[in-house]
Design a protein around this ligand. Structure first.
Ligand code: GN1
Ligand code: MG
Length: 410
């Protein structure tokens, strides 16, 4: 497939064809037809929308009383969808020989013709994965044990993939975590908005961004000069992508493997924290104050560190605080840029949603900055502890004492 127009920041350029939304056919008839193209044990009984992903189209398919996840990869966002499939195959192969403990990683269901995926007449790539039964998604973390569970599963994921050479995986989204690239893209979008009369709320946010732009390159520079090494990353370890058991106690799966690619583990850890420690969620509940919850941060990082003992050297732990601030800053930039460009990248339910989401991320950045000393201390303690304590056994490593935080999760 020919790559579409791209920017350095991975988002499609303004003026790029709005192809994906305009061309795709998601009618019930078409969905059943696509689903029937995969090697299912019986006829397709139903196809229903699934989840709240912002990019791909996801459905749950029922066939012969079993459920499967059918997904159309958004080829306007992912310029090389076939690379996602290649990466999934490498990942599946690697995991097939390893004990993943009590974590279930969805498996690919090949198409009837034997290929890993199907290409629709509209050019989109469809693939089918196994469904994790008896699972639910948490809307927010309510208890420190849940934070430990998320940290345990993310740590487990990185631990089992530590020996997979990151160069065995293709880059599915070039520039995905290039904060300088996103800043550049924002400046262009802002310039265009200014010439059309800049809305006041954006002008306030532009000042917030300008005050922090000196720090956007810290991780990129560390990677370039060899202080940080590329590793296999999940790319999207937000709370929604951790499946819990029905009681919401034990995390049983980490899903959404589209962004698995070589990258920096610091981005994964920080992305997970920005999602889990903000109990108000990405859109923030009405009247709720956006805070970075220190109790969740401590529990999550401690469990991550226990699972990955010794994986991260001091030079990899050192930039973690910067990453914790950088990832929500970057996501805020991405939401704001998309707002200025007319909501072309992230799916929105109403105009203004991306602007609101940008404000939430920037509020989170502000709170992180105000709690810098505490967050640095938590990082130091979590990884120092990880160095001296033995790594828990393969399974059953989720039990842990509840952490407390003055104002958050107990
Ligand atoms: C997007 O599509 P979804 O919901 O899995 C985005 C992530 C963001 C996330 C914020 C490919 O993920 O980078 O962190 O929204 N994925 C891509 O919710 O851009
Ligand atoms: Mg995703």
């Amino acid at each position: 497939m020919a790559p579409r127009h791209r920017s350095a920041g991975g988002q499609p350029e303004k003026g790029a064809p709005a192809g994906d939304g305009a061309e795709r056919d998601l009618s019930a008839e078409r969905l059943r037809e696509v689903a029937a193209g995969f090697g299912l044990p019986g006829p397709v009984a139903s196809v229903e929308p699934l989840g709240a992903g912002l990019i791909n189209d996801t459905f749950v398919v029922v066939a012969d009383d079993a459920r499967y996840v059918l997904q159309r990869i958004n080829d306007r966002i992912f310029p090389y969808p076939e690379r996602i499939m290649d990466n999934l195959l490498v990942l599946m192969q690697h995991l097939a020989h390893l004990p993943v403990g009590d974590i279930q990683i969805p498996r690919l269901v090949p198409a009837s013709e034997g290929s890993a995926c199907l290409r629709g007449v509209d050019g989109g790539i469809w693939r089918m994965m196994t469904f994790v039964p008896g699972a639910r998604v948490l809307t927010a973390i309510d208890h420190a044990d849940q934070a430990r569970e998320v940290g345990r599963v993310l740590g487990r994921f990185h631990w089992v993939l530590r020996e997979l050479d990151p160069t065995a995986l293709a880059v599915t989204l070039p520039g995905f975590h290039s904060t300088p690239g996103y800043l550049e893209r924002f400046r262009t979008a802002l310039g265009n908005a200014e010439s059309a009369g800049r809305p006041p709320e954006v002008s306030h946010l532009a000042d917030f961004i300008a005050a922090r732009e000196g720090r956007v390159g810290v991780l990129e520079e560390a990677r370039q000069d060899g202080r940080l090494r590329p590793r296999v990353t999940h790319g999207d370890p937000k709370l929604d992508n951790f499946l819990f058991d029905e009681k919401g106690r034990q995390a049983i799966s980490l899903v959404d493997l589209d962004t698995v690619q070589p990258g920096l583990i610091q981005h994964d850890i920080a992305d997970c924290l920005r999602s889990c420690c903000n109990r108000q969620g990405e859109t923030a509940r009405a009247g709720g104050e956006v805070r970075f919850d220190l109790g969740i941060c401590r529990s999550l990082l401690t469990a991550f560190s226990e699972q990955t003992r010794g994986l991260l050297g001091p030079s990899e732990v050192e930039p973690l605080y910067e990453a914790v601030g950088l990832v929500p800053f970057e996501l805020g930039l991405r939401f704001l840029t998309d707002h200025l460009e007319g909501d072309r990248y992230f799916r929105v339910r109403a105009p203004g949603e991306n602007l609101r989401k940008a404000q939430v991320q920037f509020a989170l950045v502000r709170d992180i900055e105000q709690q810098e000393r505490s967050i640095r201390a938590i990082i130091r303690d979590a990884f120092a502890k990880g160095d001296i304590e033995p790594r828990p056994a393969e399974a059953g490593a989720h039990a842990g004492s509840a952490e407390t935080s003055g104002r958050g999760v107990h």
